[in-house]
Design a protein. Structure first.
Length: 335
Protein backbone atom coordinates (compact mmCIF):
# COMPACT_ATOMS: atom_id res chain seq x y z
CA UNK A 1 0.00 0.00 0.00
CA UNK A 2 1.25 3.49 -0.84
CA UNK A 3 2.39 5.64 2.07
CA UNK A 4 0.60 8.96 1.56
CA UNK A 5 2.11 10.73 4.56
CA UNK A 6 2.57 14.31 3.34
CA UNK A 7 5.34 16.73 4.09
CA UNK A 8 4.61 19.95 5.98
CA UNK A 9 2.38 22.55 4.28
CA UNK A 10 4.13 24.51 1.53
CA UNK A 11 4.42 28.29 1.28
CA UNK A 12 3.91 30.30 -1.91
CA UNK A 13 3.99 33.94 -2.91
CA UNK A 14 1.35 34.57 -5.57
CA UNK A 15 2.17 37.36 -8.06
CA UNK A 16 -0.45 40.00 -8.85
CA UNK A 17 -0.46 42.15 -11.95
CA UNK A 18 -1.99 45.34 -10.54
CA UNK A 19 -3.04 47.11 -7.34
CA UNK A 20 -6.76 46.77 -8.12
CA UNK A 21 -6.53 42.98 -8.16
CA UNK A 22 -4.47 43.02 -4.95
CA UNK A 23 -7.14 45.09 -3.19
CA UNK A 24 -9.88 42.69 -4.34
CA UNK A 25 -7.90 39.64 -3.21
CA UNK A 26 -7.31 41.16 0.22
CA UNK A 27 -10.89 42.43 0.56
CA UNK A 28 -12.44 39.02 -0.05
CA UNK A 29 -9.57 36.77 1.12
CA UNK A 30 -9.64 35.20 -2.30
CA UNK A 31 -7.02 34.28 -4.92
CA UNK A 32 -7.77 33.70 -8.60
CA UNK A 33 -5.84 32.30 -11.54
CA UNK A 34 -6.50 32.63 -15.24
CA UNK A 35 -7.79 30.10 -17.77
CA UNK A 36 -4.25 29.62 -19.10
CA UNK A 37 -1.68 26.87 -18.67
CA UNK A 38 0.11 29.11 -16.14
CA UNK A 39 -3.15 29.60 -14.26
CA UNK A 40 -3.96 25.90 -13.98
CA UNK A 41 -0.32 25.18 -13.09
CA UNK A 42 -0.48 27.58 -10.13
CA UNK A 43 -3.89 26.26 -9.07
CA UNK A 44 -2.52 22.70 -8.95
CA UNK A 45 0.78 23.59 -7.30
CA UNK A 46 -1.02 25.05 -4.27
CA UNK A 47 -2.90 22.54 -2.12
CA UNK A 48 -5.53 22.79 0.58
CA UNK A 49 -3.81 23.71 3.84
CA UNK A 50 -0.83 25.40 2.17
CA UNK A 51 0.17 28.94 3.12
CA UNK A 52 0.28 31.88 0.70
CA UNK A 53 1.10 35.58 0.64
CA UNK A 54 0.36 38.00 -2.17
CA UNK A 55 3.34 39.48 -4.03
CA UNK A 56 2.96 42.98 -5.43
CA UNK A 57 5.33 45.95 -5.64
CA UNK A 58 8.25 43.83 -4.37
CA UNK A 59 6.37 43.36 -1.10
CA UNK A 60 4.74 40.36 0.56
CA UNK A 61 1.17 41.08 1.64
CA UNK A 62 -0.44 39.12 4.49
CA UNK A 63 -0.29 35.43 5.32
CA UNK A 64 -3.17 33.06 4.56
CA UNK A 65 -3.96 29.37 4.63
CA UNK A 66 -5.84 27.79 1.73
CA UNK A 67 -9.31 26.85 2.96
CA UNK A 68 -10.90 25.64 -0.28
CA UNK A 69 -10.07 25.28 -3.99
CA UNK A 70 -12.68 25.62 -6.74
CA UNK A 71 -12.66 25.57 -10.54
CA UNK A 72 -15.78 27.45 -11.68
CA UNK A 73 -17.65 26.87 -14.92
CA UNK A 74 -18.47 29.84 -17.16
CA UNK A 75 -16.58 32.25 -14.92
CA UNK A 76 -16.02 34.87 -17.66
CA UNK A 77 -18.26 37.46 -16.02
CA UNK A 78 -18.11 36.41 -12.38
CA UNK A 79 -16.75 38.93 -9.86
CA UNK A 80 -14.51 40.13 -8.39
CA UNK A 81 -11.79 40.40 -11.09
CA UNK A 82 -12.32 41.84 -14.54
CA UNK A 83 -10.96 39.85 -17.50
CA UNK A 84 -7.44 40.77 -18.62
CA UNK A 85 -6.45 41.35 -22.27
CA UNK A 86 -2.73 41.22 -23.02
CA UNK A 87 -1.49 43.84 -25.46
CA UNK A 88 0.94 41.67 -27.42
CA UNK A 89 -1.09 38.47 -27.84
CA UNK A 90 -4.50 40.21 -27.78
CA UNK A 91 -5.77 37.23 -25.81
CA UNK A 92 -8.29 37.77 -23.04
CA UNK A 93 -8.16 35.73 -19.86
CA UNK A 94 -10.56 35.40 -16.95
CA UNK A 95 -10.34 33.72 -13.53
CA UNK A 96 -12.03 30.31 -13.20
CA UNK A 97 -9.47 28.86 -10.74
CA UNK A 98 -9.98 30.18 -7.22
CA UNK A 99 -8.73 29.75 -3.68
CA UNK A 100 -10.81 30.68 -0.67
CA UNK A 101 -8.36 31.84 1.98
CA UNK A 102 -8.27 32.09 5.74
CA UNK A 103 -6.23 35.15 6.84
CA UNK A 104 -3.68 34.45 9.57
CA UNK A 105 -1.39 37.49 9.75
CA UNK A 106 -1.58 41.05 8.47
CA UNK A 107 1.72 42.25 7.04
CA UNK A 108 3.31 44.25 4.25
CA UNK A 109 7.00 43.50 4.10
CA UNK A 110 9.62 44.31 1.44
CA UNK A 111 11.35 41.37 -0.21
CA UNK A 112 14.73 42.98 0.47
CA UNK A 113 14.54 41.61 4.01
CA UNK A 114 17.03 38.76 4.53
CA UNK A 115 14.14 36.55 5.69
CA UNK A 116 12.90 36.49 2.07
CA UNK A 117 16.30 35.63 0.59
CA UNK A 118 15.20 32.27 -0.84
CA UNK A 119 12.27 33.79 -2.75
CA UNK A 120 13.98 37.09 -3.60
CA UNK A 121 16.85 35.26 -5.27
CA UNK A 122 14.38 33.41 -7.48
CA UNK A 123 12.61 36.68 -8.31
CA UNK A 124 15.79 38.57 -9.21
CA UNK A 125 17.32 35.78 -11.29
CA UNK A 126 14.10 35.51 -13.30
CA UNK A 127 14.28 39.24 -14.08
CA UNK A 128 11.02 40.20 -12.41
CA UNK A 129 7.47 38.95 -12.09
CA UNK A 130 7.30 36.81 -15.23
CA UNK A 131 6.00 33.94 -13.16
CA UNK A 132 2.65 33.37 -11.49
CA UNK A 133 4.04 32.17 -8.17
CA UNK A 134 7.22 31.54 -6.19
CA UNK A 135 7.63 28.79 -3.63
CA UNK A 136 9.37 29.61 -0.37
CA UNK A 137 11.06 27.06 1.85
CA UNK A 138 10.12 26.16 5.43
CA UNK A 139 12.57 28.72 6.80
CA UNK A 140 10.81 31.47 4.84
CA UNK A 141 7.43 30.32 6.17
CA UNK A 142 8.72 30.29 9.74
CA UNK A 143 10.04 33.83 9.33
CA UNK A 144 6.83 35.16 7.77
CA UNK A 145 4.86 33.54 10.59
CA UNK A 146 6.51 36.03 12.95
CA UNK A 147 6.02 39.18 10.85
CA UNK A 148 3.26 41.75 11.20
CA UNK A 149 0.35 41.06 13.51
CA UNK A 150 -2.36 38.46 13.89
CA UNK A 151 -5.40 39.11 11.69
CA UNK A 152 -8.42 40.11 13.76
CA UNK A 153 -10.55 41.82 11.10
CA UNK A 154 -13.87 40.44 9.89
CA UNK A 155 -13.56 38.77 6.48
CA UNK A 156 -15.99 39.96 3.80
CA UNK A 157 -16.84 36.88 1.74
CA UNK A 158 -17.80 37.35 -1.89
CA UNK A 159 -21.37 36.21 -2.43
CA UNK A 160 -21.78 34.39 -5.73
CA UNK A 161 -24.72 32.06 -6.18
CA UNK A 162 -25.83 29.49 -8.69
CA UNK A 163 -22.44 28.60 -10.12
CA UNK A 164 -21.17 25.14 -11.08
CA UNK A 165 -17.71 23.74 -10.48
CA UNK A 166 -15.59 21.25 -12.40
CA UNK A 167 -12.39 19.27 -11.95
CA UNK A 168 -9.80 20.22 -14.60
CA UNK A 169 -8.33 17.40 -16.65
CA UNK A 170 -5.32 16.77 -18.89
CA UNK A 171 -4.90 14.95 -22.17
CA UNK A 172 -2.03 14.10 -24.54
CA UNK A 173 -4.15 14.36 -27.71
CA UNK A 174 -4.21 18.09 -28.42
CA UNK A 175 -7.33 17.74 -30.57
CA UNK A 176 -9.25 17.05 -27.35
CA UNK A 177 -8.00 20.14 -25.51
CA UNK A 178 -10.79 22.44 -24.32
CA UNK A 179 -9.57 25.01 -21.73
CA UNK A 180 -10.31 25.68 -18.96
CA UNK A 181 -11.75 22.20 -18.43
CA UNK A 182 -9.24 20.14 -20.44
CA UNK A 183 -5.61 21.20 -20.88
CA UNK A 184 -2.69 19.60 -22.73
CA UNK A 185 -0.37 17.58 -20.52
CA UNK A 186 2.68 19.84 -20.65
CA UNK A 187 6.07 19.68 -18.98
CA UNK A 188 5.29 22.19 -16.21
CA UNK A 189 2.28 20.07 -15.24
CA UNK A 190 4.48 16.97 -15.14
CA UNK A 191 6.97 18.82 -12.95
CA UNK A 192 4.20 19.79 -10.51
CA UNK A 193 3.01 16.19 -10.60
CA UNK A 194 6.47 14.82 -9.73
CA UNK A 195 6.95 17.38 -6.95
CA UNK A 196 3.67 16.51 -5.26
CA UNK A 197 4.26 12.78 -5.80
CA UNK A 198 7.59 13.10 -4.01
CA UNK A 199 5.98 15.17 -1.23
CA UNK A 200 4.57 11.89 0.04
CA UNK A 201 7.14 10.35 2.39
CA UNK A 202 6.81 6.83 1.02
CA UNK A 203 7.42 7.94 -2.55
CA UNK A 204 10.37 10.15 -1.59
CA UNK A 205 11.92 7.34 0.43
CA UNK A 206 11.50 4.97 -2.54
CA UNK A 207 13.27 7.46 -4.82
CA UNK A 208 16.19 7.84 -2.40
CA UNK A 209 16.58 4.06 -2.27
CA UNK A 210 16.33 3.95 -6.07
CA UNK A 211 19.33 6.25 -6.45
CA UNK A 212 21.14 4.64 -3.46
CA UNK A 213 21.10 7.67 -1.16
CA UNK A 214 20.65 6.20 2.29
CA UNK A 215 21.80 8.78 4.85
CA UNK A 216 18.91 11.27 4.57
CA UNK A 217 15.80 11.24 6.79
CA UNK A 218 12.73 11.93 4.63
CA UNK A 219 10.95 13.46 7.63
CA UNK A 220 13.57 16.21 7.66
CA UNK A 221 13.46 16.96 3.92
CA UNK A 222 11.34 19.31 1.83
CA UNK A 223 10.58 19.06 -1.88
CA UNK A 224 10.46 22.44 -3.60
CA UNK A 225 9.56 23.60 -7.07
CA UNK A 226 11.65 25.66 -9.46
CA UNK A 227 14.86 27.13 -7.99
CA UNK A 228 16.58 29.84 -10.01
CA UNK A 229 20.36 29.88 -10.44
CA UNK A 230 22.55 32.09 -12.66
CA UNK A 231 22.98 29.03 -14.93
CA UNK A 232 19.21 28.42 -15.27
CA UNK A 233 16.31 26.99 -13.33
CA UNK A 234 16.35 23.72 -11.40
CA UNK A 235 12.97 22.03 -11.87
CA UNK A 236 12.81 20.44 -8.40
CA UNK A 237 15.13 20.60 -5.42
CA UNK A 238 15.06 18.24 -2.44
CA UNK A 239 16.75 19.85 0.56
CA UNK A 240 17.03 19.61 4.30
CA UNK A 241 14.28 21.80 5.76
CA UNK A 242 16.33 22.77 8.81
CA UNK A 243 20.00 22.32 7.87
CA UNK A 244 22.42 21.96 10.78
CA UNK A 245 26.08 22.19 9.87
CA UNK A 246 25.44 20.85 6.38
CA UNK A 247 22.80 21.86 3.84
CA UNK A 248 22.55 18.78 1.64
CA UNK A 249 20.57 18.91 -1.58
CA UNK A 250 19.43 16.71 -4.45
CA UNK A 251 18.40 18.35 -7.71
CA UNK A 252 16.00 17.03 -10.36
CA UNK A 253 15.52 17.92 -13.99
CA UNK A 254 12.19 16.68 -15.38
CA UNK A 255 11.66 16.25 -19.12
CA UNK A 256 8.33 15.37 -20.71
CA UNK A 257 9.75 13.28 -23.53
CA UNK A 258 13.28 12.27 -24.45
CA UNK A 259 16.30 13.52 -22.46
CA UNK A 260 19.18 14.82 -24.57
CA UNK A 261 22.90 15.45 -24.02
CA UNK A 262 22.23 19.11 -23.29
CA UNK A 263 20.00 18.12 -20.35
CA UNK A 264 22.89 16.22 -18.77
CA UNK A 265 25.19 19.18 -19.38
CA UNK A 266 22.69 21.53 -17.77
CA UNK A 267 22.44 19.35 -14.67
CA UNK A 268 26.22 19.24 -14.43
CA UNK A 269 26.31 23.06 -14.45
CA UNK A 270 23.78 23.18 -11.61
CA UNK A 271 25.79 20.67 -9.57
CA UNK A 272 29.01 22.63 -10.07
CA UNK A 273 27.29 25.84 -9.03
CA UNK A 274 25.77 24.35 -5.87
CA UNK A 275 29.04 22.71 -4.84
CA UNK A 276 29.77 19.68 -2.68
CA UNK A 277 26.57 20.00 -0.63
CA UNK A 278 24.68 18.89 -3.75
CA UNK A 279 25.03 15.17 -3.05
CA UNK A 280 23.12 13.82 -6.07
CA UNK A 281 21.32 14.83 -9.25
CA UNK A 282 18.54 13.07 -11.14
CA UNK A 283 17.46 13.39 -14.75
CA UNK A 284 13.84 12.21 -15.07
CA UNK A 285 12.47 11.60 -18.55
CA UNK A 286 10.24 9.33 -20.58
CA UNK A 287 13.17 8.22 -22.73
CA UNK A 288 16.93 8.75 -22.96
CA UNK A 289 19.07 8.98 -26.07
CA UNK A 290 21.82 6.38 -26.49
CA UNK A 291 24.46 9.08 -26.10
CA UNK A 292 23.01 10.13 -22.72
CA UNK A 293 23.08 6.53 -21.47
CA UNK A 294 26.60 5.99 -22.79
CA UNK A 295 27.84 9.19 -21.18
CA UNK A 296 26.52 8.20 -17.75
CA UNK A 297 27.94 4.67 -18.17
CA UNK A 298 31.38 6.18 -18.72
CA UNK A 299 31.00 8.48 -15.73
CA UNK A 300 29.95 5.95 -13.12
CA UNK A 301 29.84 7.31 -9.58
CA UNK A 302 29.30 10.82 -10.96
CA UNK A 303 26.28 11.25 -8.69
CA UNK A 304 23.88 11.63 -11.62
CA UNK A 305 21.08 9.07 -11.95
CA UNK A 306 18.75 8.48 -14.88
CA UNK A 307 15.15 7.78 -13.86
CA UNK A 308 12.33 6.98 -16.26
CA UNK A 309 8.82 8.28 -15.60
CA UNK A 310 5.73 6.53 -16.89
CA UNK A 311 1.98 6.76 -16.42
CA UNK A 312 0.44 3.37 -15.75
CA UNK A 313 -2.46 2.42 -18.08
CA UNK A 314 -2.41 5.87 -19.64
CA UNK A 315 -4.36 6.44 -22.86
CA UNK A 316 -3.42 9.51 -24.97
CA UNK A 317 -7.06 9.91 -26.00
CA UNK A 318 -8.42 9.90 -22.46
CA UNK A 319 -8.44 12.90 -20.12
CA UNK A 320 -7.34 12.59 -16.49
CA UNK A 321 -7.51 14.72 -13.38
CA UNK A 322 -4.30 15.74 -11.65
CA UNK A 323 -5.01 13.32 -8.79
CA UNK A 324 -5.60 10.47 -11.26
CA UNK A 325 -2.25 11.21 -12.91
CA UNK A 326 -0.58 11.22 -9.50
CA UNK A 327 -1.96 7.72 -8.91
CA UNK A 328 -0.63 6.55 -12.27
CA UNK A 329 2.90 7.94 -12.16
CA UNK A 330 5.76 5.51 -11.70
CA UNK A 331 9.49 6.19 -11.42
CA UNK A 332 12.08 3.58 -12.29
CA UNK A 333 15.85 3.84 -12.42
CA UNK A 334 17.55 3.37 -15.78
CA UNK A 335 21.05 3.67 -14.35
Amino acid sequence: MRDVTLKKPSYFLVSLSNKTNLDLCVKYSLAGFTNSISGIWTFLEIRDGDFISFLYGARAHNLYTVERKEAIKNAQNLPPWAPITFRISRKTYYFPFRLTLNPIRKLEEPLVRPEFAYVAENLLLRGGYRKTHFQGDQTTLQNVSQMGNLWYEQVERLKVQGYETFIPKFVRNRKLVLPPEIFPLQEIILQALVRQFLSENGNLNALLKLIEVEDLDVDKLEVLGEKALPEGHIDIIIKEAIPIGLSRKIILEVKMGKALDRDVEQLEKYVNELGTECIASILIAEEFTKSVVQKIEKQRNCGLSLVRHSLRDFSPDESYTFDQLKEKIELGRVM
